[in-house]
Ligand binder design. Structure first.
Ligand SMILES: [Zn+2]
Length: 340
């Protein structure tokens, strides 16, 4: 399977160099956009990646780019155009820097650095580069930091756990497991609220961005720990397909939930593939209403019962925690799907 590894580039001194290349990339991109525009005006068919590569061939030296980068930009332009079904945007000075390359031979990774276009960049090698590098890019984040992204083909292994787990995503706890364990989301906003408010009032935009980035990093780090642990323990992982629309009151709460849930799902998905576990997303409807013991629809129903945290099944008399019951039902429907 293909994973993306991301490494931060150490030297600030290389930033102007990368920035110049990123500007040249924008020129190639906007040129592709102009060709596209001209084709449209003359009712010609849209240029293919092959056409654009032909049109731009020989320009790399003049632009100060790797020839491979020019080709990668053309290909990405066509891919974005086809994926979205509309014209890609122009890239300007405010676009975040991006320098793609498509062949592994464009970069040489050695020790704790990478050589690209005869220039060496030092990396924070947060993890060793395993597997075969396919392609990659240099990219910039909103804080102006540069990163090397590598698309790496890694072998899949069969080293997941032996258990089974159902996961109910929620508002109150981040996740409830069918084992009865409740996982609370770290209270990051509370922790950073004060410094965030101070920075906002003082109008320190850089600081505000830094704190937001810090919160996002902490959350991602926490979710990585959780997803790794779940894959280590289980060979089958079932999760509800819930989304936050209609659940969260405010748009901010919604975006925070969305980010957490979708990160957890995507991490579980790729880690399951990588470690040979089964990952299943199941329909969440009715999972709160049905008793996981006997299957009777004796649980809380509808909006009126949204506040009911625990209940006793009228049919079999089992005392249920709402979320744990839901997680067990998710596991049960996952088993049924998995057998097919
Ligand atoms: Zn029951």
């Amino acid at each position: 399977m293909v994973l993306t590894y991301r490494y931060r580039i150490k030297d600030a001194t290389s930033a102007p160099h990368l920035w110049r290349q990123a500007q040249a990339v924008n020129r190639v991109w906007n040129y592709c956009r102009e060709i596209q525009e001209a084709a449209r005006r003359h009712n010609k068919r849209s240029p293919s990646g092959f056409d654009l590569i032909n049109l731009t061939s020989g320009s790399s030296k003049l632009l100060g780019l790797h020839s491979d980068t020019v080709q990668a930009v053309c290909k990405q332009f066509v891919a974005s155009r086809n994926a979205r079904g509309k014209r890609p945007r122009w890239r300007g000075r405010r676009s975040l820097g991006w320098i793609p390359f498509q062949a592994a031979r464009a970069v040489q990774i050695d020790g704790n650095g990478v050589t690209f276009l005869a220039r060496r960049y030092r990396l924070w090698l947060s993890r060793p580069v395993e597997g075969t590098v396919r392609c990659g890019s240099f990219s910039q984040d909103a804080r102006g930091r540069w990163y090397l992204n590598l698309q790496v083909e890694v072998p899949t292994e069969q080293d997941c756990g032996t258990g089974e787990v159902g996961i109910d995503l929620g508002l109150k706890s981040l996740a409830t497991l069918s084992t009865g364990e409740k996982i609370e989301a770290p209270r990051l906003y509370r922790q950073y609220e004060r410094s965030l408010a101070l920075a906002q009032r003082a109008g320190r935009k850089r600081r505000v961005r830094a704190i937001h980035a810090k919160i996002a990093n902490c959350r991602r780090h926490f979710l990585h720990g959780l997803s790794t642990q779940l894959v280590r323990q289980n060979r089958r992982i079932c999760i509800g397909n819930v989304n936050s629309s209609g659940l969260a009151r405010t748009s901010q709460a919604k975006s925070v939930l969305d980010a957490g849930w979708s990160h957890l799902r995507s991490q579980l998905r790729y880690k399951a593939i990588r470690h040979g576990a089964e990952y299943l997303e199941v329909d969440e409807r009715l999972t709160t209403q049905v008793c996981s013991g006997c299957g009777a629809a004796s649980g809380p129903k509808g909006i009126a019962d949204l506040g009911v945290r625990d209940w006793v099944c009228a049919e079999c008399g089992i005392h249920h925690d709402r979320d744990v019951n839901s997680a067990i039902n998710i596991l049960i429907s996952g088993r049924n799907v998995g057998l097919q």
